[in-house]
Design a protein around this ligand. Structure first.
Ligand SMILES: [Zn+2]
Length: 325
């Protein structure tokens, strides 16, 4: 008789028959660096911290020592402007960050750059809009210019987050023209989700971040997998090298669909701020164990088809994976 219990006889057999194993090589740690130099715990994301330019090397050393290959850099600048042109300044804060980290760590750490207008515009909008309409070309052109600034400063991978149509095409052509043909583009594809809220609070000084911005105009409808896949098709046709599915847990099927349609394109999943909060909160009540919940969610994301996972829990997860050995 066929028994399914035979391959569950011991913990070692269970390990042996696993089709994949999550490792620290799969993880990417998002790092928030403030231009004003203030260092404190991020109120909306307990136990995550803001770093300064001076001390951001310390957390990057921790990342490398944990066996994590990459960081996603979020720079919080002091003075934003109306159209985000501050992003193109030769001595911008982001330029300083990438130059410093590249000098310090060389190729031992992959520096990923989040490229979006919201990092630079007073309104906090990811795209240029006019009368409620997304200005795709104008946004895409600007993102291309920002990507070149970051690549020139030392960013290894550029990650456009605005979701403007044409952004990958513009970015690829701008990078190629500037001599950065070997810099990969990792494009975020985000469903319109409430799970980004703790992040918005973390990157905004306003009490009601992104008020009046209708993100449903540039993100994809979370209910509609076809809308999501059409955006995946577009980004890959424009030259995207890696796709980021964001958020992760609410979109496990979209990770799988993307992997099935593009088996040769690396897929990343972003376990976002809201997921971080969701994992932390129940463990505080004592009803759930944070670490068990963390590993269960990370493994489910990996099982769905993600080759890499951006997570605020990256350092803890790497530690847990080490202990398991
Ligand atoms: Zn943005």
């Amino acid at each position: 008789m066929r028994l399914t219990t035979r391959i569950k006889r011991s913990k070692q057999i269970i390990r042996l028959v696993r089709p994949f194993e999550l490792t620290s090589s799969d993880l990417i740690y998002p790092v928030f660096i403030r231009e004003d130099g203030k260092r404190f715990e991020i109120p909306s994301m307990k136990e995550q911290r803001y770093y300064s330019l001076k001390d951001c090397g310390e957390v990057c050393s921790k990342v490398i020592n944990a066996g994590i290959p990459a960081v996603m850099i979020f720079g919080l600048i002091k003075r934003k402007d109306a159209d985000g042109s501050v992003a193109l300044q030769k001595s911008s804060f982001h330029v300083k960050i990438f130059k410093k980290l590249k000098k310090e760590f060389g190729d031992n750490l992959v520096l990923m750059s989040n490229v979006c207008l919201c990092d630079y515009t007073v309104s906090g909008s990811c795209v240029y809009m006019e009368k409620g309409k997304v200005l795709n070309e104008k946004t895409a052109e600007m993102l291309g210019k920002i990507a070149v600034v970051h690549a020139a400063a030392g960013a290894d991978v550029v990650a456009p987050a605005a979701m403007a149509d044409g952004q990958i095409r513009h970015m690829r052509s701008a990078l190629d023209k500037a001599g950065f043909e070997d810099v990969p583009i990792m494009s975020y594809i985000k469903t319109d989700s409430c799970l980004f809220q703790p992040f918005f609070k973390a990157v905004s000084s306003s009490k009601t971040p992104r008020k009046g911005i209708d993100s449903s105009k540039f993100r994809t409808d979370i209910i509609n997998q076809k809308m999501f896949m059409a955006k995946v098709d577009l980004d890959i046709s424009e030259g995207s090298d890696i796709i980021i599915v964001k958020p992760a847990l609410a979109n496990l099927d979209l990770i799988l669909l993307t992997k099935q349609r593009y088996p040769n394109i690396p897929i990343a999943a972003y376990q976002v701020s809201g997921e971080y909060v969701m994992i932390k909160a129940p463990s505080e009540s004592g009803y759930l164990n944070e670490h068990a919940l963390l590993m269960e969610t990370l493994n489910s994301i990996k099982r769905a088809g993600a080759d890499m996972i951006l997570t605020y829990h990256a350092l803890e997860a790497a530690e847990l994976l080490k202990e398991k050995r």
